[in-house]
Design a protein around this ligand. Structure first.
Ligand code: ZN
Length: 230
């Protein structure tokens, strides 16, 4: 764990759907730190199979050196004690221990910059992302272009043999025959999706709300006035 520095640390989360430019933004912020002569380390999840284990790369082919780690514990063990800026790519793939690690780093004055998918293929919060988003000093939410309508995309469409994936499929597929597209809320499709009944989007329970049309009826719901006179 890096030693405590005088400057205040922070957590920055770069989030959005696939093809929204999260990696470009992470590389931009990390390069800026290098220009400022800060010591930088960039990590990525070993689950990210898009490139080899020593680089992160954007869809446009921009590459940056990174260390692939299987979990938060390994990441912590590889931290340079003098590091100023820690970048983490595909942070949604990490275990829950990544959250307290980011907190401890930021508490010690480290600038933590993480990039990840905020929603899974179902359009639901992805793993540790909601917690990191809540704890972050800075949130950068990026959008892509919807492959169907050309609007602003916030979701990742998973397609299996050209068909929308089913709700019950695993969140993380490695080496499967699926493809992904950026889509907007309206064009995003999930087969067998429960309607507003999933984790995080529970509909409000039905409550008996009195419908008051006549103001005099309001008195029925008010505390009775106490007569102090007499
Ligand atoms: Zn659309």
């Amino acid at each position: 764990m890096p030693t405590r520095t005088k400057q205040p640390g922070s957590i920055t989360v770069i989030c959005g759907c696939m093809f929204s430019g999260k990696t470009d933004e992470l590389i931009r912020l990390v390069r800026r730190a290098l220009y400022a002569r800060k010591r930088v380390q960039v990590f990525k999840s070993a689950l990210d199979t898009r490139t080899d284990n020593t680089v992160i790369s954007t869809h446009d082919g921009v590459r940056f050196q990174a260390i692939a780690v299987p979990d938060a514990r390994t990441l912590e063990a590889l931290l340079d004690p003098r590091v100023h800026v820690v970048g983490i790519e595909e942070v949604q793939f990490f275990d829950e221990a990544i959250v307290p690690l980011c907190q401890r780093l930021a508490d010690r004055g480290t600038e933590v910059i993480v990039a990840g998918l905020d929603q899974d293929f179902r359009g639901m919060p992805f793993g540790v992302m909601p917690t990191l988003l809540a704890l972050a000093e800075n949130v950068i939410k990026l959008h892509a272009i919807c492959k169907v309508c050309g609007g602003e995309a916030t979701r990742t469409q998973r397609l299996v043999n050209g068909r929308p994936a089913s709700w019950n499929e695993p969140t993380i597929l490695i080496g499967a025959e699926e493809t992904y597209e950026a889509r907007c809320r309206r064009c995003h499709r999930v087969r067998n999706a429960p309607i507003h009944s999933a984790r995080g989007t529970h509909p409000m329970p039905p409550t008996r709300t009195p419908e008051v049309t006549d103001p005099r009826q309001l008195e029925m719901f008010m505390e009775p006035e106490v007569d102090n006179e007499g």
